[in-house]
Design a protein around this ligand. Sequence first.
Ligand code: ZN
Length: 174
Amino acid sequence: MSIRNIIIEPDIILRKKSEPLHQVNNDTQKLLDDMLKTMYAAPGIGLAAVQIGILKRIIVIDISKKEEKKNPIFLINPEITYQSKETSTYEEGCLSLPGHFAEIERPAKCKINYINYHGKKAELEAEGLLSTCVQHEIDHLNGILFIDYLSKLKKDMIIKKLKKQKKELDKAIL
Ligand code: ZN
């Protein structure tokens, strides 16, 4: 397993739509393992393949707390089949938007169909933080970031700051 580089906004790839995966094989499982390792190392509670530059509809999630046993969820080709009218609001962050957080309102419950780590069809009912996390990650597969739900002013301000952070990072690497 290896840790991959996480792509930081602004980057055109984060705005692209990811393609469905046709077959789960050893390479897929290796990618899922790498994604999980990358997410734990960051640390984060969710990661979509596009965030490491791979435009496939693949997500890893683990919302277990530090002291709890790890509980990774691997979602391949997830499709939302139900979203509740009732909403909930969480302060969201994103590994592609380091240091930035905002309160985002989303459906409090959702159901999804997906393919699991072993290539089998599965169903997930999510509520609370897991529901928010699943929807945040599925947004990534469609080129959507949480800042897209903010006002243009707030969104532009965050992107400007991230651009500046990136420039400073480049300088440090040189
Ligand atoms: Zn994210």
